[in-house]
Design a protein around this ligand. Structure first.
Ligand SMILES: *Cc1c(COP(=O)(O)O)cnc(C)c1O
Length: 463
């Protein structure tokens, strides 16, 4: 059989899709009972993948079988309830099912002409996001791979606006001879913010760092004088403590000076979509751009990042694309708002997530993460552990007042127990344990069981 006939037979017989479905359900049925991090054997077995690329076309069923037998056990059980590493987020069932369905569409969301459905859902989702965050009507959304890219695009729009206000056409004239742009950022800014500043060419040595308080919040009184050549980078959700910069105060000063404010709220911006935690992002509507992820707090599958930008003219000009074969339309052409031309229609999963949750569901989901984080902190404290941050959102930091080796031993014991997975960070020059509650799947019992893993680790390590 030639290859095309074989593939047509695979498509119509559907056996490989049924096989994949069976494996996926098997994975999902076991995700709560398996070890959260893969076992040593599962990691060792990964060697099987390290082979030469085959010469002849293979067997689809065998490929799926290899993936399920050796790939599934070597994955991290991030869609279960006891993964608290980094700030990742699970995936809502409806979002996964939507992804399955729309994988068969394989849409390119670059132009309306390439995917009317994607164009429509980008427009609708953009409007819903404005509503959720209380942003004005002229704010637009870009659907990107993640927050890193969203910060990058926000900076590109800011640069375009500042330069055009100064009579400088950045796209044509570039950096050479350009008037300087100032970058002001809090001293605990996320690595993705720093990366974006470097990538875009502002130069890390030129960042004017603003000192932060004990919780990692930028101190407003320490801000340098702002002007209309300044970009201020704020944080909604410090990646260690979960704290929020004083958004209202800084935006006020920046607006008076004509500076551009970008708020990085990869996971924390969603506080602004709740009733109980909304105070944390108070004043956010006064900024010019915002970056936020669907794939963290909101629990869409990866990769799902969003840039919200109040200056669509500057954004589109900064990301300009032209080509004789491109036909823009009356409708929304997604690629005007992103660096990429071809792009998967990730908005569909975001749309399905928002449609499923509704505004009340978003509130319940995000506030629920906060409640589980509070429970974590309370139970750890009851057990004699030291929680060193104010748990304002979903992050809990545990310190030990011991040498770093002790902290690492505790963490390693917890991680290898398979009971849950927590990571480490450095806070106040010491190693700490960092807990991020970010999945809808985490129950009260998951938290208690994870606290028991902390206690067991302390008992096992002894003094
Ligand atoms: C995760 C994160 C980022 C980077 O986002 P990606 O989606 O991983 O690119 C930026 N800022 C903060 C605060 C984050 O938590």
């Amino acid at each position: 059989m030639n290859m095309r006939n074989k593939m047509q037979a695979e498509r119509s017989a559907k056996e490989i899709f049924e096989q994949a479905t069976k494996y996926a359900f098997d994975y999902s049925d076991n995700v709560e009972s398996r070890s959260v991090f893969p076992s040593e054997k599962a990691i060792e077995d990964l060697r099987l993948f390290d082979e030469d690329m085959p010469k002849i076309n293979g067997d689809a069923s065998q490929i799926l079988d290899q993936l399920h037998t050796f790939g599934s056990p070597a994955s991290v059980a991030q869609t279960g309830g006891r993964y608290f590493g980094f700030v990742t987020g699970g995936a809502l069932p409806v979002a996964l099912a939507t992804k399955w369905l729309t994988d068969f569409w394989d849409q390119n969301s670059g132009l309306y002409l390439m995917s009317p459905i994607s164009s429509m859902l980008e427009r609708v989702t953009e409007r819903w996001l404005r509503g959720l965050f209380g942003l004005p009507d002229h704010v637009g959304a870009s659907f990107l791979s993640g927050t890193s890219m969203a910060i990058f695009c926000g900076l590109a729009a800011a640069r375009h606006r500042i330069y055009s206000n100064h009579g400088w056409d950045f796209n044509r004239q570039g950096h050479r001879g350009a008037p300087p742009i100032r970058i002001v950022a809090g001293s605990t800014s996320h690595g993705a913010v720093i990366k974006a500043v470097a990538l875009i060419g502002f130069g890390l040595d030129h960042i004017e760092w603003v000192p932060s308080d004990k919780q990692g919040r930028l101190i407003t009184d320490e801000l340098p004088a702002l002007d209309n050549s300044t970009i201020v980078l704020l944080q909604a959700g410090n990646v260690n403590t979960g704290s929020f910069d004083p958004i209202e105060q800084v935006c006020q000063l920046a607006n008076e000076a004509g500076a551009w404010v970008h708020i990085d709220g990869a996971f924390g911006l969603w506080a602004g979509a709740t009733s109980e935690l909304k105070h944390l992002t108070s004043g956010m509507e006064k900024a010019q751009s915002w970056s936020v992820d669907g794939h963290k707090t909101l629990n869409t599958p990866y990769d799902n990042g969003i840039l919200l930008c109040a200056d669509q003219e500057a954004l589109v000009a900064a990301l300009q694309a032209s080509g004789s074969y491109l036909s823009y339309s009356e409708h929304r052409d997604g690629m005007l708002y992103t660096p990429e031309m071809s792009r998967r229609a990730r908005v569909i999963e975001l749309w399905a997530t928002l449609k499923y949750l509704g505004t009340q569901g978003v509130d319940e989901l995000v506030f629920g993460l906060h409640q589980r984080a509070m429970q974590f902190a309370d139970e750890l404290t009851d057990q004699g552990f030291l929680v060193i941050n104010d748990v304002v959102f979903n992050q809990v930091l545990v310190g030990f007042n011991r040498d770093d080796r002790y902290t690492l031993d505790i963490v390693e014991h917890i991680q290898t127990s398979g009971e849950c997975w927590v990571g480490t960070s450095i806070w106040d020059d010491a190693k700490v344990i960092r807990i991020s509650v970010c999945s809808w799947a985490t129950t009260e019992e998951d938290v208690s069981r994870s606290v028991r893993a902390f206690v067991a680790a302390r008992t096992a390590i002894g003094n």
